[in-house]
Design a protein around this ligand. Structure first.
Ligand SMILES: Nc1ncnc2c1ncn2[C@@H]1O[C@H](COP(=O)(O)OP(=O)(O)OP(=O)(O)O)[C@@H](O)[C@H]1O
Ligand code: SF4
Ligand SMILES: [Mg+2]
Length: 322
């Protein structure tokens, strides 16, 4: 039986008074790569920032939401831990994140070595120990530490910067690494290299990943389980094989039809319509205005999240009993 590392329960998040993440439940098991996939604006980064507690002040998490972290046999609700305790004991030490668009977050005026030293100083790490760790981590992300530590960010390619960011995130030995769109800004070959490196890194350090991507094809190569998100809700969740070879939700099927396989010569199909405006979400199933199978009940009632086969969950009236 796999052990849970993180359990998100009934997560509801609003910006001002607009709810963008609704009733999210998922578990991440130790050692796995759990992927969140969905179109732009579906709430992926909001979920990640809720876990890291880095949401902007205008965001509000409902009081009965829980993010349980199983560091010891007794889970800790990360949303209830005081901020000083969270930043001393959990953020970066237990759970680290490479945020979306982080390539530009490296300070262009300081060398990579000093990025590591600043992180070490902020967390009271011994300088010598931190430098030794930085050296090992840079080697693990397939960079030459001797050269890279003395470089300024501007002297590095996007792929090199992403590797440095991943190494920096691992400086305090976190167990869970959240990767928010880790390869989006990179060319296809560099994307592949980063994915291979991430798989090696995970095995070497016994890491658990939460991977966020709008690109369903990309997660096929790295994820163990996948949650498909639409309008701030998980609409399907299963292992990667079921999601790719036996998808159930019309939205998942639409996402997969938009991807061309090698040697396939056809126009990629797009999902008609656009992502909904959170201020005017439709009643019932939020996907119904775009769904080719929409029925009367879909326009009235939100479908329940049901298990259609072992460990394969879907929220769609095509599979649920009325
Ligand atoms: N700071 C903010 N203030 C107001 N609304 C926000 C804020 N950040 C996000 N949102 C809204 O919340 C919704 C979810 O955004 P989020 O960034 O979580 O989506 P995402 O799935 O990560 O998208 P992308 O793939 O583009 O990164 C969007 O409608 C977005 O406009
Ligand atoms: S519940 Fe209805 S509208 Fe929603 S995805 Fe299923 S069939 Fe389509
Ligand atoms: Mg995002």
């Amino acid at each position: 039986m796999s052990e849970i590392l993180l359990g998100v329960k009934n997560l509801n998040v609003s910006y001002f008074n607009t709810k963008v993440v609704s009733n999210i439940y998922f578990n991440i098991f130790k050692g796995e790569t759990y992927a969140l996939v969905g179109e732009s604006g579906c709430g992926k980064s909001t979920i990640a920032s809720s876990i890291m507690r880095t949401l902007p002040e205008i965001a509000h998490i409902d009081a009965d939401s829980q993010i349980l972290y199983y560091a010891s046999p007794h889970p800790v609700d990360l949303l209830k831990v005081p901020e000083y305790e969270f930043s001393n004991n959990f953020r970066w030490r237990e759970i680290a994140m490479v945020p979306q668009g982080a390539l530009n977050s490296l300070n262009p005026t300081i060398r990579i070595k000093d990025h590591f030293m600043e992180t070490a100083r902020a967390h009271n790490l011994d300088k010598k120990e931190a430098l030794e760790k930085a050296w090992k981590l840079l080697e693990a992300v397939k960079l030459d530490p001797h050269r890279v530590l003395s470089l300024y960010p501007i002297e590095m390619s996007g792929g090199m910067k992403q590797r440095v960011l991943i190494a920096l995130a691992l400086l305090l030995n976190p167990k869970l690494l959240i990767l928010d769109e880790p390869t989006t800004a990179l060319d296809v070959l560099t994307q592949r290299e980063i994915l291979i490196m991430l798989n090696e890194l995970k095995a070497k350090y016994g890491l658990t990943y939460m991977l966020i991507s709008h690109d369903i094809a990309l997660v096929a190569d790295i994820a163990d389980r996948v949650a498909i998100i639409y309008a701030g809700r998980i609409v399907e969740e299963s292992n990667v094989e079921n999601i790719f070879y036996n998808p159930k939700h019309p939205y998942t099927i639409g996402l997969l039809k938009a991807v061309l396989k090698l040697g396939e010569f056809r126009e990629p199909e797009t999902i008609p319509g656009s992502t909904p405006d959170y201020r005017k979400l439709p009643p019932g199933c939020k996907f119904h205005p775009r769904c080719p199978f929409a029925m009367d009940i879909c326009r009235r009632e939100e479908p329940p999240f049901i298990e259609v086969e072992k460990d394969h969950f879907v929220s769609c009236w095509l599979y649920a009993k009325r």
